[in-house]
Design a protein around this ligand. Structure first.
Ligand SMILES: [Zn+2]
Length: 165
């Protein structure tokens, strides 16, 4: 049984939780069921896939760690120079490290081995290898997490609550 998307009282996505915790929130009257997939718990309790809290919760901004996995995910596991998708992916410093390019969301992109070698110690401009997207910091860790679930093909019913993904 899957995960449940939790919406704030304002219908904004808030977090992802287990079906168990979601069921408890509904039973206690703290949340309402917004979507379900037809599966039931016991005989008549419809398991939710999206719930909405009855009260509004304020959320602090959560930093998304700059890791290899997260950069690959941001770039949809696609080489940002040639569009290759597959296993042979590396991370490339847009401005090379030897030229003071830092390890930041804006300077790290996914690149296939071929493009990484071809680009070498040059900037995209010098190498005539334009980037397909300009790299940036993901703006919300929740949207980042939700997009991972959506890309995996599960929880299609979440899509309409996360406009822009
Ligand atoms: Zn490539």
């Amino acid at each position: 049984m899957g995960k449940v998307l939790v919406l704030n009282a304002s219908y904004e996505p808030l977090n992802i939780t287990s079906w168990r915790r979601a069921a408890v929130l509904i039973i206690k009257g703290k949340a309402e069921r917004v979507e379900h997939n037809g599966k039931t718990l016991y005989s008549d309790f419809l398991l939710p896939t999206v719930i909405r809290l009855r009260y509004y919760v304020r959320v602090p901004y959560k930093e998304i760690p700059l890791t290899r996995r997260n950069i690959l995910h941001r770039d949809s596991y696609t080489c940002q120079y040639c569009g290759y998708t597959g296993d042979e992916l590396t991370l490339d410093h847009v401005i090379p490290r030897s030229r003071k390019g830092g390890e930041t969301w804006e300077n790290m992109v996914t690149a296939c081995v071929r493009c990484n070698v071809k680009k070498g110690n040059r900037t995209p401009k010098e190498a005539s290898m334009p980037l397909r997207n300009s790299p940036r910091r993901p703006y919300s860790s929740l949207y980042f997490e939700v997009s991972k679930h959506l890309k995996s093909g599960m929880h299609a019913e979440w899509q309409k609550y996360v406009i822009g993904l």
